[in-house]
Design a protein around this ligand. Structure first.
Ligand code: ADP
Ligand code: ADP
Ligand code: MG
Length: 495
């Protein structure tokens, strides 16, 4: 493979192209009119504008993208995540155009793109599944009888759902009717497919997922787990590897299940099997994401494997050079998704201009971003600005590092999830590892952010007072720079 087109934008386009460069592969970027000034456009060897800002007129236009690829003599297309990455027709069209799709074949995407079909495939390998219906339910009486049998609370899920959308919790029989109706119409609107099913709602669950790699020669390996239990709106904000809760035995059992899920759909490339983990240490398969995941860097840091490089080598037809027994977990990695969202206002998007943008640096810090100072965060796409990832020899070191890195991060303009990160990484529940997917609901409220900054403001005021006092006692002591620094940190946190 000599030239790869990346059908994506932002940090993930940058991420993929960096590895291409390391492999001596030329890169082609595509971009919408809103992204003219984006770093991924400049980073690529060639870049082509494919249409106006809305993604259905640009990043989702499979035909236009394939046309550009053919015109520029591209060998392979990497879809990143989101957009066309889990679109089976796109995978097929790319192959039919004589190009290589860097991802799984259409069959695997189709099977795993439907949560119901995915469970069906997993069932044949005896993989544990959350109790619930085996097929779509439309009849309310049938739904009621299933719900009573498995016991409330239950979850109504859209089979075609994704990105945390299309889920409704139902606590009581009386509410089922109404919630079913809403779930079906929501699923139809959002995914063009109104099939919904019922699942037992696992209380106090943790989200643990396994990274897999499968080549075209029948080799399947797993690269351990990532824990992504800190979520808002059923969507991940903080991810880490390894999980504090897995014993080596459970890790191995989950890894084996994930490899079996991959086998069940004849998987090719990098994929992720998501599981829900309950208080009794049972795990249940939820779904498979047939693409590179937003949180893949934490796995790269603890295994030393470049997942994008592996995707490309697999797409080129090479057998996996990594053996399961060669893999070891070394150290600990944590990622915070830095979203342009306001944690004090229900995590609602807070887009705008990045008036100041300075990413942290230093030992153990990786920042995957796709913006620069002065740029606008467009309203058209996912509001993620960056991913802040830290690595440490153990979990405590990774936590201390991410708190330090957040402190160093300077963003003026939109509100971000950085302040939430500071709250979470200092919280006893996170630090002790005793948390579940309800972390935000259970422990977080906007006052806690203000509380934190007030406390720190008090500490800063105290330090300044002490320094001033010292200075008065020994006039030669130069402390003015310290004072400035404390003030500026204080200002950051108050945001
Ligand atoms: P991950 O599972 O990789 O952690 P998310 O679930 O947050 O990531 O989704 C990754 C990206 O894909 C996000 O930009 C999200 O908006 C998008 N996405 C995921 N599933 C869908 C879907 N079914 N429809 C539209 N966008 C989706
Ligand atoms: P999506 O395709 O939107 O990512 P998932 O099935 O992966 O959908 O679920 C997303 C999140 O919703 C999970 O990480 C978990 O927090 C929650 N969730 C899903 N299924 C259940 C369940 N049966 N019980 C409790 N929580 C669940
Ligand atoms: Mg999921």
């Amino acid at each position: 493979m000599k030239k790869i087109l990346v059908a994506n934008r932002g940090e993930i386009a940058m991420r993929v192209m960096r590895t291409c460069k390391e492999m001596g592969i030329k890169t082609v970027a595509v971009f919408s009119e809103a992204d003219r000034l984006s770093p991924h456009v400049r980073f690529a060897d060639e870049a082509v504008c494919i249409g106006p800002a809305p993604s259905n007129q640009s990043y989702l236009c499979a035909d236009k993208i394939i046309e550009v690829a053919k015109k520029l003599g591209v060998d392979g297309i990497h879809p990143g995540y989101g957009f066309l990455s889990e679109n089976a027709d796109f995978s097929q069209a790319v192959s039919e155009a004589g190009l290589t799709f860097i991802g799984p074949r259409p069959h695997a995407i189709r099977v795993m793109g439907s949560k119901l079909a995915a469970k069906e495939a997993a069932r044949s390998y005896n993989i544990p599944l959350v109790p619930g219906t085996e097929s779509a339910v439309s009849d309310i009486e049938e739904a009621k009888s299933v719900a009573r049998e498995i016991g409330y609370p239950i979850l109504i899920k859209a089979s075609a759902g994704g990105g945390g959308k299309g889920m409704r919790i139902v606590e009581r029989d009386e509410d089922l009717d109404e919630q079913m109706g809403r779930a079906v119409s929501e699923a139809l609107n959002a995914f063009g497919d109104g099939s919904v099913f019922i699942e037992k709602y696992v209380s106090s669950p943790r989200h643990i997922e396994i990274q897999v790699l499968a080549d075209a020669h029948g080799n399947v390996i797993h690269l351990f787990e990532r824990e992504c239990s800190v979520q808002r709106r059923h969507q991940k904000v903080i991810e880490e590897a390894p999980s504090v809760i897995l014993s080596p035995e459970i890790r191995e059992a989950m890894g084996k299940c994930a490899c079996d899920v991959a086998r069940s759909c004849d998987y090719l490339g990098a994929g992720t099997c998501e599981f829900i983990f309950d208080e009794q240490n049972n795990f249940y398969f939820l779904e498979m994401n047939t693409r590179l995941q937003v949180e893949h860097p934490v796995t790269e840091l603890i295994t030393g494997v470049d997942l994008v490089r592996q995707q490309i080598l697999i797409a080129m037809g090479q057998p996996l050079s990594i053996k399961q027994e060669d893999l070891k977990i070394i150290g600990h990695a944590i990622q915070l998704r830095v979203y342009a969202e306001d944690p004090s206002n229900n995590f609602l998007p807070s887009i705008g201009k990045l008036q100041t943008y300075r990413a942290p640096k230093g030992v153990g810090v990786r920042v995957d971003d796709g913006y620069e100072e002065g740029m606008d965060i467009p309203i058209y796409y996912d509001p993620m600005i960056a991913k802040l990832i830290t690595y440490g020899k153990d979990r405590n070191e990774a936590i201390a590092r991410i708190i330090r890195a957040i402190d160093e991060y300077e963003i003026d303009g939109p509100s971000t999830t950085l302040s939430f990160g500071t709250f979470a990484f200092r919280h006893e529940a996170f630090v002790s590892g005793n948390f579940d997917t309800h972390f935000v609901k259970k422990h977080f409220s906007p006052e806690k952010l203000e509380q934190g900054s007030e406390d720190e403001a008090k500490v800063a005021a105290m330090l300044i007072a002490q320094l001033l006092e010292k200075r008065q006692k020994s006039p030669k002591l130069s402390t003015s720079s310290n004072i400035v620094q404390i003030k500026s940190n204080w200002k950051n946190r108050a945001k």
